[in-house]
Design a protein around this ligand. Sequence first.
Ligand SMILES: NC(=O)c1ccc[n+]([C@@H]2O[C@H](COP(=O)([O-])OP(=O)(O)OC[C@H]3O[C@@H](n4cnc5c(N)ncnc54)[C@H](OP(=O)(O)O)[C@@H]3O)[C@@H](O)[C@H]2O)c1
Length: 242
Amino acid sequence: MTDLSGRVALVTGGTRGIGLATARALVEAGATVVLTGRDEARAKEAAASVGASGLALDVTDAKAVSSLVRGVAKEHGKLDIVVANAGIMEDALLGMIKEDLVDTTLSTNVAGTLHTVQAAARAMMRKKSGAIVVLASIVGEHGSAGQTVYAASKAAVANIARSAAKELGRSGIRVNAVAPGVIETDLTAGLSEDAKAENAGKTPLGRLGRPEEVAKAIRFLVSDEASFITGQVLGIDGGLVL
Ligand SMILES: NC(=O)c1ccc[n+]([C@@H]2O[C@H](COP(=O)([O-])OP(=O)(O)OC[C@H]3O[C@@H](n4cnc5c(N)ncnc54)[C@H](OP(=O)(O)O)[C@@H]3O)[C@@H](O)[C@H]2O)c1
């Protein structure tokens, strides 16, 4: 099993779904993990359930992200791993897209990821080592009807990973993205049974994904097993886009 003992990790949006599964997977590999969510009580409760610690953070607030990341690095003496996972998804057909949907999606998924990567890079630069993973999506590469805003935001996230990887590689910091397919979490809970069955039917592995399956891929990417991998967008979709 991947050994992350002695590593300090931060997972944003860790209160449920992929973020919580990632926090659990990192704790199981021996890392000291801090997870965040917008509500402090919810973050602390989720953290306690996996042996991590929990803090309140809204990733749309650049100053708050910067100060939290600095605080975690100061408290633990370093920061080795950051998973910029916090994200939202709201569907709207092109003609129905409202300005506030654009604002909320871009400020959470794009600016929130950017703030987190920026703060992580600053904290990791001192030690000249670190690993960052951001959450893209298959729709960022392939598009999706009714998800133009979300898909655009996830294309941006993939390019945050690629660009940051180019910029930070010489400082010993690796940056990768994962691009999940349809994973069973609160984010996709609103899909109708028909839509879920259709997606599962189109997937070569014949089913939807589980948060733990994304978490294990993230754990690999932040570990030394992936020491020569950076700037990649790893699909975790059961073959859905083939
Ligand atoms: N599920 C999928 O099929 C799928 C597919 C592709 C990509 N993804 C991506 O994977 C990531 C996690 O998705 P998920 O399915 O696990 O979603 P989820 O179950 O809805 O969880 C989303 C997490 O993000 C946090 N969050 C949302 N807005 C935030 C903000 N402004 N500041 C801080 N935290 C915020 C939530 O925390 P609180 O609500 O507690 O604040 C929660 O912990 C997202 O980036 C998503 O786009 C998911």
